[in-house]
Design a binder for this molecule. Structure first.
Ligand SMILES: *Cc1c(COP(=O)(O)O)cnc(C)c1O
Length: 372
């Protein structure tokens, strides 16, 4: 049996009628950009999260950039970004004219290390980007405390964590402002690029909406220079359909994760993800750690099992951030970049498929023991 890392085709087949009807309605009404389908989705998503304002935009990277711009931080502020994340979280900081300061990840959750954030604070620090990596919430209680006592803005990057929660509150409702990506492969994915920004602050919400739409008040009345970052009507309609299924999909992801947790415990040197006690982990990715990452990956590929690596190079080590001069700083995030392996997980994956992955991992480590 082959196991795909992610099978979006399977999800489409399960929803085909709903999705096809939604797309054709948008085309018939010619509601291509923003408009009623996007407004519907904004309302539904803000209700789902429990946050007053949701503003759709073109993608998750724009969402972070627009969020930072809307906060109007002092020029050339320092913004703390975790070293182990996708580049978008850091790119947005630089594009807004601020300075990226990398911090390390926590050894058990791989999300932002609170201790490391505290060490990186200076008089110029204006914000922290809390990336809810792999579908697990950062320690938002600790970050809120740091934010309040050091007068920092907490920006949540929820691109991997739709529906995840911290102490019963969904991520995207806890920081000063939050951003989502609906890239097709995310837990709630569009059929193209799409993103959103959420906040409880009405002034901030208004500014976000204007930045994303040419600084407009009316069609040809612009209060300031903004940009064009809007969601397509088709994406809004698709996301409304998919949002109805999100909670069931999270349940399935957590079932697969539970199967991995019990089936893989004690297998070789595999370090399994710490699910956390006070949060709801939505398992966008199921990431294990092993010294034999590349060999295990190759073995799984030979068994027709796809895996991923998130992320093979920590941000401070990328050529793009050589100018930050932080590559030589010792960080756990640098060390584990060669040890992390993402096993297949998804809302359409079957428990039989997870069994296939578990058995293949077991076989790999038995072979290693026999030979070694
Ligand atoms: C996917 C992702 C983004 C960027 O979203 P896009 O919609 O692809 O621009 C930002 N941050 C994280 C953590 C992501 O995983």
């Amino acid at each position: 049996m082959s196991v795909r890392f992610l099978d979006l085709g399977r999800q489409y087949l399960a929803l085909k009628q709903e999705i096809d009807a939604a797309i054709s309605e948008v085309i018939q009404k010619a509601a291509f950009i923003s408009g009623p389908y996007v407004e519907n989705f904004e309302r539904q998503f803000s209700e789902y999260l429990g946050v007053p304002h949701c503003i759709a935009c073109a993608n998750g990277t724009d969402a972070i950039e627009i969020a930072i711009e809307a906060l109007r931080l002092p020029q050339k502020s320092e913004i703390i970004v975790p070293a182990n994340t996708f580049i978008a979280s850091a790119e947005a900081v630089t594009r807004c004219g601020h300075k990226v300061v990398f911090c390390d990840c926590d050894p058990s959750s791989y999300t932002i290390s609170i201790e490391s954030v505290q060490r990186k604070l200076t008089a110029r620090t204006a914000a922290v980007i809390a990336v809810h990596l792999y579908g697990r919430s950062c320690d938002m209680s600790a970050l809120r405390n740091i934010g309040d006592s050091a007068n920092l803005k907490i920006i949540e990057d929820c691109a991997q964590a739709h529906g995840a929660a911290w102490r019963g509150r969904k991520v995207g409702t806890i920081g000063d402002i939050a951003t989502f990506s609906f890239y097709p492969g995310k837990n709630l994915g569009a059929y193209g690029d799409a993103g959103a920004i959420t906040t409880s602050d009405e002034d901030l919400a208004r500014r976000v909406r204007m930045i994303a739409n040419h600084g407009r008040i009316d069609k040809y009345n612009h209060e300031f220079e903004g940009r064009n970052s809007r969601m397509d009507g088709i994406q809004g309609a698709i996301l409304s359909v998919k949002l109805r299924h999100l909670d069931a999909w999270i349940v399935r992801r957590r079932e697969i994760a539970a199967a991995y947790q019990s089936g893989l415990s004690g297998t070789g040197d595999l370090v399994l993800p710490d699910q956390g006690q006070v949060n709801q982990h939505v398992f966008h990715l199921f990431v294990v750690r092993t010294k034999q990452r590349d060999a295990l990956r190759k073995f799984l590929r030979s068994r027709d099992i796809e895996t991923g690596v998130h992320y093979p190079i920590s941000l401070p080590k990328l050529a793009a951030y050589a100018y930050c001069n932080q590559a030589a700083e010792p960080m756990l995030a640098n060390e584990i970049a060669s040890e992390l392996l993402s096993l297949p997980i998804g809302d359409q994956m079957s428990l039989d498929e997870s069994k296939e992955v578990i058995d293949a991992c077991g076989e790999y480590f038995r072979n290693v023991e026999r030979q070694g």
